[in-house]
Design a protein around this ligand. Structure first.
Ligand SMILES: Nc1nc2c(ncn2[C@@H]2O[C@H](COP(=O)(O)OP(=O)(O)OP(=O)(O)O)[C@@H](O)[C@H]2O)c(=O)[nH]1
Ligand SMILES: [Mg+2]
Length: 669
């Protein structure tokens, strides 16, 4: 088999983006290596560079497919991502098929595998985020990626169900006496059919997944509602969601329910697919008539969902999959899938690009000013020494002795700064501790605990929502408080640095306090999705202790990430301020020692004077060279960031990409 007939433009854009990221990472590595090898950065700047590197390397792009059951989510994923296997890989059959959320990604540290989380894990109240870190909680099956049939057979597992008692089904969250319309089938002996797995992870070395794409396939409505984490965490944080409708069914009431509950409020990129347009083919109607009908249906869909018509993509996933498998260009165009792929590529990636570009530019700026400050300081001291030594030219031994005495005196005077620095450290660390207190996990747990007490006291959803909203308000105050304390620290350090600079010749500079806006936004996002969730009927399950516990843990683990990151950012900023003081102190001391040593040498042999001066001049030149080189390297990185991803050479790598796929390799062999 050869490559798919038409290069999927989404794949192309993603490939280009990832190529750009790799180049950026390489530029950063180059700059870091140079800066570290020549000791031009301190420990805190190294931490900053490592964080930037990690971000570039691990940047993920999550695309979620959401719809009522049987609209063709899995089929669409097959057509976009798995056509090169030559068959249908993810199970897609009439009726309910995918029973649990399925996440497709690639982690190179692991072998290809299907990881399944048993549904019973819901009873233990642990959140999915927590369980992700516990390998033992998962059932792991190796995947035979070189054999499409066996691969497809293994993936059948995501359709597995179990029959349990009504009580167990209720505990698991699949049975509701108040809302029986969504309840699953019951057999003759009264047992209920529930999904066997809570979540599935497919680790598969697809070229696109290797580039950081994560694809989330979800089961139909009922199961979506039953896993709060999907609503609360996975869907709101996806970078794009593809909502699928069937042209054969139109927009049904339950489609609207899914849209409203899970996608409605989202401002992130949403794509609406009107799938199964092949079902509209009619031997008695002309092509033009069928097309007009498709257009009409798109317009109606857009109107019903309250979006513009250009957000609706009519297509046939089944036809597209068949066309790709058969290598049939014409049929692929007829399936209209390429239009969706083009839109995904052209709308999603520029946005990711902007985010990354800003991250890199900010990072480069910080490193740049750090290096400039350090080296500028160094040069200033070299200049002072040079001035001193040049002044000695043609001077007597008496003058030399006088100079030595002066250095001694200056050293003693300078050392008085240590008392001041000590005091500064004490004040600084007290203020920092104070600033971090409100962001601690203890404090967070306390606040969530208070919310829980308030929720228990009310049986109504309205009350639960109110308790949650008031929790968010308290957390916002905590974040604001930390921000304010950060500003106070900046003011205190700014004033102290100014004094130290003028009295002891330091060149301490304070960088702007970390901007905590990002964390406020993250908190707002969590608030938004939880408020939405609490408005859903499923939230009634909160009255069940197990669900309350799961809800609490999930919330704490989400919030903890926000608070820990805010805290880490504040701490890093403070660390970089104190390490600046430490390194300047060290440098100043070294400088006094050097001055003394050169004077002593000159004292023993007059010829030493010119040698010393020459040495200082060479040294200064070397530092200037470092500065130039460092700027060059950082400028190259900035330029690359501003240039953005460029398609071109990457085209070649795209066309080679499918060949990289293990299945294709096996087929070729
Ligand atoms: N005619 C036609 N059938 C399609 C198309 N896409 C999917 N189907 C069929 O619709 C049925 C459901 O497709 P799935 O991909 O399993 O749907 P799903 O949305 O993943 O459903 P769940 O996994 O149950 O949530 C399958 O039999 C598919 O073959 C299409 O474009 N045209
Ligand atoms: Mg499915």
């Amino acid at each position: 088999m050869s490559t798919p007939p038409i290069s999927p433009s989404f794949a192309l854009s993603l490939d280009t983006l990832s190529g750009w990221r790799t180049t950026l990472a390489r530029r950063l590595d180059e700059a870091s290596r140079f800066l570290i090898d020549h000791e031009l950065v301190d420990a805190s700047a190294m931490v900053q560079m490592a964080a930037l590197r990690e971000r570039l390397g691990n940047e993920k792009l999550v695309v979620a497919f959401v719809a009522e059951f049987s609209r063709g989510k899995s089929e669409l994923i097959n057509a976009i991502f798995f056509a090169d296997t030559g068959r249908r890989v993810l199970p897609a059959t009439p009726g309910r098929t995918t029973m649990c959320p399925v996440e497709l990604a690639w982690d190179g540290e692991e072998t290809p595998a299907l990881m399944l989380l048993p549904i019973a894990s819901r009873l233990e109240g642990q959140s999915l985020a927590e369980l992700r870190l516990q390998r033992r909680a998962w059932t792991i099956r190796a995947l035979e990626i070189n054999d499409p049939d066996k691969l497809a057979q293994s993936l059948q597992e995501v359709t597995r169900t179990e029959w349990v008692s009504k009580d167990t089904a209720r505990d698991l969250g699949f049975w509701s006496d108040e809302h029986p319309q969504d309840n699953p089938p019951v057999d003759a002996s009264g047992r209920v059919e529930v999904p066997a797995w809570r979540h599935a992870l497919i680790n598969y070395p697809h070229p696109l997944l290797k580039q950081g794409l994560v694809v989330l396939d979800t089961p139909g409505l009922n199961a979506i509602g039953a896993e709060p984490e999907l609503t609360l965490s996975l869907l709101p944080t996806a970078h794009a969601t593809v909502f699928i409708l069937g042209a054969d069914t139109g927009v049904t009431k339950s489609d609207l329910g899914v849209w409203r509950d899970h996608l409605g409020g989202q401002s992130l990129s949403r794509f609406v697919v009107l799938n199964k347009i092949d079902a509209l083919a009619d031997p008695l109607a002309s092509v033009g008539e069928v097309e007009a009908q498709i257009d009409r249906q798109c317009a109606e869909t857009a109107q019903t969902l309250g979006i513009t018509t250009d957000r609706v993509f009519p297509l046939s996933a089944r036809q597209a999959l068949a066309a790709r498998v058969a290598n049939d260009d014409r049929a692929l165009i007829e399936s209209r899938l390429p239009a969706l792929e083009a839109a995904l590529g052209s709308q999603l990636l520029p946005q990711r690009r902007l985010v990354l570009e800003q991250v890199v530019l900010d990072g480069a700026q910080q490193i740049d000013s750090h290096v400039a400050r350090r080296l500028g300081d160094h040069r200033r001291q070299l200049a002072e020494q040079m001035l001193e030594l040049r002044g000695l030219r043609g001077k007597s031994g008496g003058k030399l002795r006088l100079m030595l005495q002066r250095v001694e005196a200056e050293t003693i005077e300078f050392e008085q700064c240590t008392v001041r620095l000590q005091a500064l450290r004490v004040v600084h660390s007290r203020m920092l501790k104070d600033a971090l207190l409100g962001l601690s996990s203890d404090r967070l747990r306390e606040e969530v605990g208070q919310m829980q007490t308030e929720m228990k006291a009310t049986l109504l959803n309205l009350g639960a929502k109110k308790a949650f909203v008031s929790l968010c308000a308290r957390l916002r105050v905590l974040l604001e408080g930390a921000g304010k304390r950060g500003d106070e620290i900046r003011d205190m350090l700014g004033a102290s640095f100014a004094k130290l600079n003028s009295e002891f010749g330091f060149s301490l500079a304070i960088t702007r306090a970390p901007d905590l806006t990002r964390f406020h936004e993250e908190l707002a996002l969590i608030e938004h999705s939880y408020v939405q969730y609490l408005g859903l009927t499923q939230a009634l399950r909160l009255s069940q202790p197990k669900f309350m516990e799961q809800f609490r843990r999930m919330l704490v683990s989400k919030l903890r990430v926000v608070f820990e990151n805010a805290s880490a950012e504040l701490e890093l900023w403070n660390k970089s301020a104190s390490s600046q003081v430490d390194s300047q102190l060290r440098e100043r001391r070294r400088n006094f020692r050097r001055r003394r040593e050169s004077l002593e040498r000159v004292q023993t042999a007059a010829s030493e004077l010119e040698l010393r001066i020459k040495e200082l001049e060479d040294n200064d030149e070397r530092v200037q060279g470092f500065l130039r080189r460092s700027r060059e390297l950082l400028d190259a990185m900035r330029e690359q960031a501003r240039a953005g991803p460029v398609a071109g050479n990457d085209l070649i790598s795209l066309h080679m990409a499918p060949a990289e796929s293990p299945v294709r390799r096996a087929q070729q062999a």
